[in-house]
Design a protein around this ligand. Structure first.
Ligand SMILES: Cc1cc2nc3c(=O)[nH]c(=O)nc-3n(C[C@H](O)[C@H](O)[C@H](O)COP(=O)(O)O)c2cc1C
Length: 355
């Protein structure tokens, strides 16, 4: 029976425990998508996680949907990320980089020459996005052309290559939370009538093309993928999620990825349903406590547990779980604000502030 403190092999890497740090956007990069030195410190403080998954990283200039989010598509960005990977490795940690393209969630404010965002179909998401000039309504995107789909697939592959060259141990595709891959999977953002829309096979085509591009660049053993079935965030509807995700996980059995990561945001019992389908390493995430994580591992419904806000607020979360210590409370006001406050200053056990 596995516990949170048992080792776990993913691909060719042995993780020191089964507590994974969730990908979390922190919006502390420059406007040019260059990661700050304090990011190296923030991630290095959390190396007692079995695996760190970085915040979502833009794979191209057209991918950007949020202020101060980092990129991995030019040399300056790669150099900055290398400091993060080196700092984590110097403290014995393991780190994967998560990739996204935000599709229709991007605002022209974030795109080159204030471009209109691209998405599977010209369907505007209901809701608003944050900019430094205040909240703004999402805009109607332009339907992405087949040529642009090909290029975007290549961009994901190139990003994987760049992350490995920056020293990362692996990469994770963000196919969750309503960004472009999830938009293709959905029943409301994807209204295409070509081979990328309609049937489940067609709506999952982009996902598999991207995964193939990433695995052919860096090897399947260094690639993971995250899903959030039926998560309505960013105005996503998935009327046939009950069929889509079993289809995907069944097909992923042949791909030999490092892992599959599923966030069950509404607690709909997805782990018990999907785990038995997938033969490889399965990470379960969203809203876990120490106890509920231990229980899921004991039931065999996951190989590792992903913790988000608890890792954000507790750099030494594994030590705190081991000792049964109290946890720091997360400060929501500083989740996405620039600067060190709420970033590198959460205290570890017995220390006034993590240095
Ligand atoms: C501040 C913040 C930023 C997040 N950014 C991302 C992200 O960049 N990529 C992603 O896949 N999920 C992101 N998430 C979702 C988390 O990865 C995770 O699924 C979620 O927090 C639920 O897990 P938890 O209850 O353990 O925090 C974010 C969550 C938070 C709190």
């Amino acid at each position: 029976m596995a516990t949170l403190f048992d080792k776990l092999k993913i691909g060719n890497i042995e993780l020191t425990n089964r507590m994974i740090m969730a990908p979390m956007t922190r919006s502390r990069a420059t406007d040019e998508g260059i990661q700050s030195d304090s990011a190296a410190e923030y991630y290095a403080q959390r190396t007692s996680a079995g695996l760190i998954i970085t915040e979502a990283v833009n794979i191209s200039p057209m991918a950007k949907g949020y202020v101060r989010t980092p990129g991995i598509f030019n040399e300056e960005q790669i150099v900055a990320w290398r400091k993060v990977a080196d700092a984590v490795h110097a403290r014995g940690g393991t780190i994967f980089m998560q990739f996204f393209h935000t599709g229709r969630i991007a605002l022209p404010d974030f795109l080159p020459d204030n471009a209109q965002p691209v998405a599977p179909s010209a369907v505007k998401a209901k809701g608003q996005n944050y900019t430094d000039a205040g909240m703004k309504d999402f805009v109607t995107p332009r339907e992405i052309t087949k040529e642009e789909i090909k290029q975007t697939v290549k961009d994901f592959g190139a990003a994987a290559k760049n992350a490995i060259s920056a020293g990362f141990d692996g990469v994770e595709l963000h196919s969750a939370s309503g960004y472009i891959v999830h938009q293709f999977l959905s029943s409301n953002a994807n209204l295409r009538t070509d081979e990328y829309g309609g049937s489940i096979e067609n709506r999952t085509r982009f996902l598999f093309e991207v995964l193939d591009a990433m695995t052919s660049e860096v090897g399947a053993e260094r690639v993971g993928v995250k899903f959030s079935p039926r998560m309505p965030f960013n105005d996503i509807e998935e009327r046939d999620a009950e069929e889509v995700y079993p289809f995907i996980l069944e097909k992923l059995n042949d791909k030999n990825l490092a892992y599959v990561h599923v966030a069950d945001h509404a607690g709909e019992g997805w782990h018990a349903r999907l785990r038995p389908i997938y033969k490889g390493v399965y990470f379960a995430g969203a809203s876990f406590t120490k106890e509920s994580g231990e229980q899921l591992l004991a039931q065999g419904d996951a190989d590792a547990i992903v913790y988000g806000v608890k890792f954000l607020a507790n750099p030494d979360l594994p030590e705190r779980f081991k000792r049964g210590a109290n946890l720091n409370e997360p400060d929501k006001a500083t989740f996405y604000s620039p600067g060190e406050k709420g970033y590198t200053d959460y205290p570890t056990l017995g220390h006034a502030a993590a240095k």
